[in-house]
Design a protein around this ligand. Structure first.
Ligand code: PEP
Length: 251
């Protein structure tokens, strides 16, 4: 839309052993070549599988990304992984501020901002996630919440090359529930307007994905919504056939 190339991104979360690389191989062999002219495809496996997924997609346009990073390039941060380390493995994207990180690892908007800067420093494209909880939606605070998350999280000078936004209502993740197309359109329009205030005309180049219970059966309808530039897919990205069905919504 408006010249933005759609992106369909899979987030495997904490799922997958070495044998799961076969899912990436199946996605690779199942993708119609014509689709890859139309849509960018990204898989974010656990970091333990990044190397082998990069090898499995070598020579194909399928990108591999991380699910999280530490903001600093290196140091005494036991168990953490930096953007430089992800890039060194061949990752080209990283998810930043997923709602599960915010909920279970107490990530703040300021922390998301620092991580997005870390991603840019290492040449990764950061996928910054925003979204309201069920209570926030019921209280009519959705737009206030996601606009504030965006305003704090997105670094100054963000570009279409280094930044993607994902709108993921927390109550729609892994639940089978989705907002109506009209509700998604309202949030995405508001996010794009806010991006314009933050970074000016470059806002039109930044892709805004929708995430939350995207499945092959609803992908076409969700992807057709104005200002929706692709999908961030959790559960359905673990099954090659389902993930391919969602990418196929752009056929
Ligand atoms: C996600 O975790 O980013 C997500 C959208 O999950 P699901 O597709 O399973 O709702």
């Amino acid at each position: 839309k408006a010249g933005r190339r759609p992106l369909v991104a899979g987030n495997w979360k904490m799922n997958g052993l070495r044998s799961s690389v076969s899912v990436v191989e199946a996605v690779r062999s199942g993708l119609a070549p014509a689709l890859l002219d139309t849509v960018d495809v990204l898989i974010c496996p656990p970091s333990t599988l990044i190397s082998s997924c990069v090898a499995a997609t070598y020579g194909s346009p399928i990108a591999i990304g991380g699910q999280n990073l530490h903001a600093k390039p290196s140091g005494a941060f036991t168990g953490s992984i930096s953007a430089e380390m992800l890039a060194d493995l061949g990752a080209s994207y990283v998810i930043v501020g997923h709602s599960e990180r915010r909920a279970y690892h107490y990530e703040t908007d300021d922390g998301v901002h620092a991580k997005a800067l870390g991603a840019r420093r290492a040449g990764l494209c950061g996928i910054i996630c925003v979204g309201e909880t069920q209570d926030e939606r019921e209280e009519g605070r959705t737009l206030d919440i996601v606009r504030a998350q965006l305003a704090i999280g997105v670094p100054k000078g963000a570009t279409g090359a280094d930044t993607v936004i994902a709108y993921e209502p927390v109550w729609a993740i892994g639940t089978g529930l989705t907002p109506t197309p009209a509700d998604i359109a309202e949030v995405h329009a508001s996010l794009r307007e806010m991006l314009g205030r933050l970074i000016g005309p470059e806002a039109d180049k930044i892709r805004i994905l929708y995430g939350g219970s995207v499945k092959p059966g609803n992908a076409r309808e969700l992807m057709a919504v104005e200002n929706v530039d692709g999908a961030l897919v959790g559960g359905a990205s673990l099954v090659a056939e389902d993930f391919l069905g969602i990418v196929g919504a752009y056929a």
